[in-house]
Design a binder for this molecule. Structure first.
Ligand code: ADE
Ligand code: ZN
Length: 321
């Protein structure tokens, strides 16, 4: 069967990470940037490992220099997600790249992205933003990002997150930024259990007070943690194609998503950075169906979990259900 038209809810997606390579090249040409080093001979993003992936990701953001550039990026990305059947998308937004963590500049980027998102609703897709600090830029930068998030909390921006190199710094050092975001009424998530093991997931829960975990898949290495996640109802934003492309697991069949689900953990499925990993939501469903025999009923159940865990208000939840 084709999964393309099945309505999908996606909770873990990085806006710049979804930029099509051709669009980055066009933007770079228009702005006089040389980005040739980040693409292979076929024009795809190229990197050898996760740290290089982060460098390539950052280099690909450089040509996007104005709120209008980000409005265009948002429109293109939402068009592609809608093509893959996504009806609701939460995307990580980065004040580090939009206005250099200056709250005034950030506000302009925020308005541009929000307007583009509102226009895209005619395609049948609703977007919410999760303002996201980048861990390897450090805790002080994360506080500045939280200040930007606070500036625009409510409506379009509904969450606060932490991405980047999970092995940089101590999780507890980011608690202040998360406290700021919580006080501003934002819902919380953090990348953990992707490049570090179960302790990193425990740290995110304990020190950051998050209700969802980005990835979280390496919790599988600790059965007690798996039981704990199931008991607490913590939602994992699982991105199988990302984990396979970056070499955490050799194939979809080796990925722990099915074991986590079968142990009672609330799992959801997302793409993370679709063109970097040669994926989209349709492909994720197809690969999971192939690897685990999941069918339409399994995906409907996944989407119910995602809908319940979405960082949106109940009116929006009812509208997209
Ligand atoms: N930023 C974009 N993609 C990411 C990933 N998979 N892990 C951490 N930070 C990211
Ligand atoms: Zn991510």
């Amino acid at each position: 069967m084709s999964f393309k038209t099945l309505p999908k809810i996606e909770l873990h997606h990085h806006l710049e990470g979804a930029a099509p390579p051709a669009f980055v090249r066009d933007m770079a040409r228009a702005k006089g940037f040389d980005v040739s080093g980040i693409f292979d001979a076929n024009g795809a993003y190229q990197y050898d490992d996760f740290l290089q992936f982060l460098d390539v990701y950052e280099a690909a953001t450089k040509p996007f220099q104005t709120p209008d550039d980000y409005a265009l990026l948002t429109a293109i990305v939402l068009g592609e997600a809608a093509e893959a059947g996504v009806v609701y998308l939460e995307s990580f937004l980065s004040p580090d790249f939009c206005g250099g963590r200056d709250p005034g500049a950030w506000r302009e980027y925020f308005h541009a992205m929000w307007e583009a998102a509102l226009s895209a609703e005619e395609l049948g897709i609703t977007m919410r933003g999760i303002v996201t600090a980048i861990r390897h830029f450090g805790p002080e930068a994360a506080r500045e990002v939280a200040a930007c998030a606070r500036e625009t909390a409510g409506g379009f921006v509904t969450g606060f997150g932490l991405a980047g190199n999970e092995n940089a710094g101590k999780t507890a050092d980011f608690a202040y930024a998360f406290d700021m975001a919580r006080e501003a009424g934002l819902r919380l998530t953090a990348h953990a259990g992707e490049w570090a093991g179960p302790t990193s997931v425990r740290d995110a829960l304990e020190h950051l007070g998050v209700e969802r975990i980005g990835h979280g898949v390496r919790a599988i290495e600790d059965p007690a943690l798996v039981a704990d996640l199931a008991a607490r109802g913590t939602v994992l934003e699982v991105c199988p194609g990302s984990n396979v492309a970056l070499g955490i697991y050799p194939s979809y069949a080796d990925h722990p998503i099915a074991r986590l689900r079968d142990a009672g953990v609330k799992v959801t499925v997302s793409t993370d950075d679709p063109p970097f990993f040669h994926t989209d939501m349709t492909r994720e469903y197809e690969e999971l169906a192939r690897a685990f025999g999941w069918d339409e009923a399994d995906f409907a159940a996944l989407n119910r979990v995602a809908l319940e865990a979405a960082f949106c208000d109940d009116d929006t939840r009812v509208r997209i259900a």
